[in-house]
Design a protein around this ligand. Structure first.
Ligand SMILES: Nc1ncnc2c1ncn2[C@@H]1O[C@H](COP(=O)(O)OP(=O)(O)O)[C@@H](O)[C@H]1O
Ligand SMILES: [Mg+2]
Length: 231
């Protein structure tokens, strides 16, 4: 199974979209390599919908999916969408400095037409669908069918769709998403989650759609400041 490493790029400051702020960094290069690998592993179908999950929250799903979406659109020229699918902890709007509404929830509930819910991203070819209005219905009342319906419709508009999905634990939220997608990437925060928790989580997800894992925030021996294009 594919396993890729993304370095810890924070260097003390809070910074999510490293592919925007430091396009030539080691971290940005790693995201490009990760995208190329995913693309290679998912030759079929034509339109690709990839969910990023993790065993628990805070491992880097939003960061990884956002940076993947940026390189996918800007550096590989695909028509891209990133969707916030993390019902309990939606942070995609904040990551891209957008207002919360409208979003996926509003589309599912029929309050907004899908076509008018997409937002323009910070690079060409990238659209964003945030979670939208927080309905207060914390324990999702949506069914897999309702979500599948919307996500199927979304496919018509884009080449690549990245879903910033819920963590595997607790189980229910991710099961709403996994039905609709073509592939699942599991983000693992380096040194944080015990191997058994990860194994257990992946087992309970039980999905043949898992295409690989991303070891996130790894301490790289190669200092980022010495890294540049040209060698
Ligand atoms: N590779 C990385 N290097 C540095 N900081 C990171 C990296 N990946 C994630 N982070 C930081 O870790 C925190 C949690 O990441 P986030 O993507 O929000 O996790 P999740 O969406 O899985 O809950 C955020 O503050 C984010 O900026
Ligand atoms: Mg998140």
């Amino acid at each position: 199974m594919m396993k890729k490493v993304i370095p810890d790029f924070q260097e003390g400051k809070r910074e999510g979209l490293v592919t925007l702020t430091r396009r030539a960094s080691l971290a940005s290069d790693r995201y490009r390599m990760l995208f190329a690998k995913v693309d290679q592993l998912c030759r079929m179908p034509e339109k690709k919908m990839i969910a990023l999950t993790s065993s628990v929250k805070g491992e880097g799903k939003t960061t990884t999916s956002s940076n993947l979406a940026v390189v996918c659109a800007r550096d590989f020229g695909k028509r891209c969408l990133i969707v916030d699918g993390d019902f309990k902890n939606p942070t995609l709007a904040k990551q891209f400095e957008l207002g919360d509404e409208p979003g996926l929830i509003d589309v599912i509930e029929g309050k907004v037409q899908l076509g008018s819910a997409f937002r323009k991203g910070p690079v060409e070819n990238l659209a964003i669908l945030p979670m939208g209005r927080r309905s207060g219905k914390e324990n999702n009342i949506w069914t897999t069918e309702e979500i599948k319906h919307v996500l199927t419709e979304v496919r018509a508009w884009f080449d690549y769709i990245w879903i910033d999905a819920p963590p595997i634990l607790p189980l229910f939220d991710m099961s709403l998403i996994s039905d609709s997608v073509d592939g699942i990437l599991v983000v693992v925060r380096a040194g944080e989650v015990p191997e058994q928790v990860l194994t257990q989580a992946m087992k309970s997800l039980g999905s043949s759609k898992i295409i690989g894992s991303v070891l996130n925030r790894a301490k790289m021996e190669w200092p980022a400041q010495y890294y540049g294009y040209g060698y």
